[in-house]
Ligand binder design. Structure first.
Ligand code: ZN
Length: 280
């Protein structure tokens, strides 16, 4: 009896199982994107939370590569600004220089594609899930604290909202009464921080799985592929498994030196190269 029941469950899981690869804030970093795609486990769909371009040196190549992965995209603020749709005055001088450079080098087709990206929230998998860039309220809003997360979750009835924009892997959960901050706990991460050379600490891939609970609601950030700012230089992404109700966060090393050299060679601000190594 037990084995029949079990196989029925497995069969059901087989029919319903859907694994989404979540990527966000690639920021024209081709080396980081390639490392993520090489390391990503099997998945059925790719959901992209925006900021495909801006800061990095390979906007055209990154647009081509990500478009090959599927068609679920949410526009990011850099996608908007770099395609001339406005808001550059809100950027700091370094981001402004990068946005102007990006707009100059983009092909006409790619600029046009950026201009037509969907503005979030979008619902790629039925009523339970939303994808946004900043928050459900505003693509430019940073959700960094529980105080930011509360109004963001109030604004949506989705159980899970995937967001980007902060470049910080992790998120927030609430059971209605209490709030929790979620962040992946990788061995050695807190101790070692940024880049420590090819043979130093922090050069391996890591993963951390979270079991999502019935009745709780979540705001979850896969982290930034191309410009992490959580003190970990490795490229970040996540996988959502809707049959097992899990989200797994990943970090993978990539050729950060190559990405830095391309930024310098392109004449982009040095600061954009330096920060990749620090993960800040
Ligand atoms: Zn971004």
């Amino acid at each position: 009896m037990r084995s029949i029941a079990q196989s029925a469950v497995e069969k059901r899981a087989d029919i319903l199982a859907m694994r989404a690869l979540l990527i966000s804030d690639i920021h024209a970093n081709l080396e980081a994107l390639e490392a993520v795609l090489a390391a990503a486990p099997e998945h059925d769909v790719v959901w992209n939370l925006g900021d495909v371009v801006g800061y990095g040196a390979n906007p055209n190549e990154v647009i081509e590569e990500t478009r090959r992965l599927g068609n679920v995209f949410v526009r990011g603020n850099h996608d908007r600004v770099c395609s001339g749709l406005g808001g550059i005055e809100e950027f700091n001088p370094v981001a402004q220089r990068a946005a102007r450079w990006t707009e100059c080098v983009l092909t006409g087709e790619h600029r046009d594609w950026l201009r037509h990206m969907a503005v979030g929230p979008i619902a790629p998998d039925g009523p339970f899930v939303r994808c946004v860039h900043g928050s459900p309220v505003d693509e430019d809003e940073y959700v960094l604290t529980v105080r930011d997360a509360w109004p963001a979750l109030e604004a949506t009835d989705a159980r899970i909202t995937f967001f980007g924009h902060t470049h910080v892997q992790g998120g927030f959960a609430t059971n209605g009464d209490e709030w929790f901050r979620l962040s992946p706990q990788y061995a050695g991460h807190r101790l070692h921080g940024g880049y420590h050379g090819e043979h130093g600490a922090h050069t391996e891939a890591d993963e951390f799985e979270v079991q999502l609970r019935e009745g709780a609601r979540y705001l979850l950030n896969p982290g930034s592929v191309g410009q992490p700012r959580d003190g970990d230089w490795r490229a970040a992404f996540a996988v959502y498994d809707d049959a097992r109700m899990t989200v797994t966060w990943y970090r993978v090393p990539y050729d950060v030196k190559e990405a830095q050299e391309r930024i310098v060679q392109a004449g982009l601000p040095d600061r954009l190269a330096a920060r990749l190594r620090d993960g800040r």
